[in-house]
Design a protein around this ligand. Structure first.
Ligand SMILES: Nc1ncnc2c1ncn2[C@@H]1O[C@H](COP(=O)(O)OP(=O)(O)OP(=O)(O)O)[C@@H](O)[C@H]1O
Ligand SMILES: *[C@@H]1O[C@H](CO)[C@@H](O)[C@H](O)[C@H]1NC(C)=O
Ligand SMILES: *[C@@H]1O[C@H](CO)[C@@H](O)[C@H](O)[C@H]1NC(C)=O
Ligand SMILES: *[C@@H]1O[C@H](CO)[C@@H](O)[C@H](O)[C@H]1NC(C)=O
Ligand SMILES: CC(=O)N[C@H]1CO[C@H](CO)[C@@H](O)[C@@H]1O
Ligand SMILES: [Mg+2]
Length: 423
């Protein structure tokens, strides 16, 4: 049983949720869903029993997926059927809309563009959250001129760029994940907050049915999103049942997004246990991508029969495998493997300062017909293996994608700090 939460004062209440302070956990809040569905700014308001529970499940699965990928979010953990704990944020009042396929309001604002037009790169739009004025579309300049200040952070160019880049990464991660269910993520809207404790910009609020359009098999007529509700001519009990069934369709499938669609492994072959530390680094990095990694000792010079026997062992069970060869001095191991298997082989020689520049040629200069690659850093060798598996395993791809975003954001923040110091 979850420990009893001491609920403090209500910090905020909107159309779909209430936000409560947590007395014993400063910096965290309880986000409680309300049992109703809204469209057209609550012009239509109907209680839909169970909606909150379904929304909760969708939000927590999606945030879990993003969190495990490495995206910074406010989500902390599920508390109950209809509530989760999140970092307390001051919300940035901008809705970030990201589109892959033109539909809905975009078509009205851009006459001449046909439904189904594909955006590559993704199309970004921003809307100022202002119910009274129907959430007007804003330009980047309008956001900058508003000079929002939240939790002590002023929203300037750097912050806008970070939100822009993050929205694209989040869209791509969700798009890739829904593709495993043969579902097209058509568009999405998200909001960011400033974590009051860390002053970091994080994905906040929720991602649920109301936040995206999903077209199974890319087919609009099978849409499973909130549009179904908006399109209802008349709110009958049967119609509401259909909307609810659609919501359930999504919340059932959203769980599957967390499951890997393929299995793979890295097998590291080392010529000698003296290279163990180097190999452990490869294994650690593989583990961070969720890829199992096995270490074996074998020398292609001194025990080629064993090298080929070990190779056959991993070729024989049908698990997709990337071999990494770690051999110092003369690397016979990688080339011998590469000449005898159709699986990818990565040379990751542990070079030494004395002869390294000469030794590396044994990994680079190959007889014809060999396609092994050579990567010197153990982390980078694991990353390359992850990129190979990422072609078929969306969870690995999502980790790579989030890591790229986080690196980009770190550079941006480091530069901003440096500029602030030198002024
Ligand atoms: N982690 C969080 N910390 C603080 N406030 C949050 C957090 N997550 C969401 N909120 C805020 O809680 C409020 C209530 O949410 P709700 O979605 O019900 O509002 P709403 O009626 O849709 O209004 P809005 O148009 O602002 O979204 C919103 O202002 C939302 O931004
Ligand atoms: C977001 O990024 C894209 C691509 O880099 C750029 O074209 C666009 O102007 C950016 N928008 C904002 C608001 O920064
Ligand atoms: C997606 O479509 C392919 C090809 O039609 C099919 O083989 C596969 O089972 C489908 N996957 C899901 C999860 O529906
Ligand atoms: C998401 O939207 C679809 C389509 O309207 C709906 O069927 C499904 O129930 C929604 N899920 C949640 C959790 O709201
Ligand atoms: C009612 C309901 O589905 N509640 C779920 C909310 O989300 C968490 C996390 O996925 C589930 O454990 C609950 O069952
Ligand atoms: Mg809202």
């Amino acid at each position: 049983t979850p420990p009893l939460l001491k609920i403090g004062q209500k910090l905020n209440e909107g159309k779909t949720k209430q936000i409560f302070e947590l007395v014993d956990q400063p910096g965290l809040v309880l986000v409680q869903s309300k049992d109703q569905i809204t469209a057209g700014n609550a012009v239509r308001k109907d209680q839909m029993e169970g909606k909150a529970a379904i929304a909760n499940k969708t939000t927590s699965c999606v945030f879990k997926l993003l969190q495990e990928s490495g995206i910074k979010t406010a989500f902390v953990k599920q508390q109950s059927d209809t509530a989760f704990i999140a970092a307390h944020c001051e919300m940035i009042p901008i809705e970030w809309v990201c589109r892959r396929v033109a539909t809905g309001s975009f078509l009205k604002r851009n006459p001449g563009v046909k439904e189904g037009y594909r955006f590559s790169p993704l199309k970004m739009e921003m809307f100022f959250k202002d119910d009274a004025n129907n959430d007007p579309q804003w330009s980047e300049e309008q956001i900058l001129e508003a000079k929002f200040s939240l939790a002590g952070l002023t929203i300037g160019k750097c912050e806008v760029d970070i939100m822009n880049r993050s929205t694209v990464a989040i869209f791509e991660i969700l798009e890739k994940s829904w593709a495993t269910q043969n579902c097209t993520l058509v568009d999405m809207k998200i909001e960011f907050g400033v974590n009051v404790k860390t002053q970091e910009i994080v994905l906040a609020d929720v991602i649920d049915n109301d936040s995206w359009r999903l077209w199974p098999a890319g087919d609009r007529s099978q849409q499973k999103d909130k549009q179904v509700y908006r399109d209802l001519k008349e709110v009958t009990p049967e119609a509401m049942q259909m909307v609810k069934r659609n919501f359930e369709w999504v919340s059932e499938r959203v769980k599957l997004l967390l499951e890997s669609q393929s299995r793979g492994r890295v097998v590291v072959l080392m010529g000698s246990t003296s290279d163990m530390a180097h190999c452990e680094k490869i294994k650690k990095a593989c583990t961070s991508y969720g890829i199992p990694c096995i270490l074996r000792v074998t020398s292609a010079h001194k025990g080629p029969d064993e090298t080929l026997r070990i190779k056959a062992e991993y070729e024989g069970d049908g698990v997709p495998t990337v071999f990494v060869a770690v051999a110092g001095r003369s690397n016979g191991l990688g080339p011998v493997m590469s000449g005898n298997t159709a699986y990818p082989v990565i040379n990751c020689p542990p070079l030494t300062p004395d002869w390294g520049a000469q030794d590396v040629w044994s990994s680079l200069r190959m007889p014809s017909g060999l396609g092994c690659s050579t990567i010197l850093s153990p982390d980078a060798a694991a990353q390359f293996a992850a990129q190979i598996f990422g072609l078929t395993d969306h969870l690995v791809w999502c980790k790579l994608r989030a890591s790229m975003l986080n690196t980009w954001v770190s550079l941006k923040v480091a530069d901003k700090k440096l500029q602030a110091c030198s002024v």
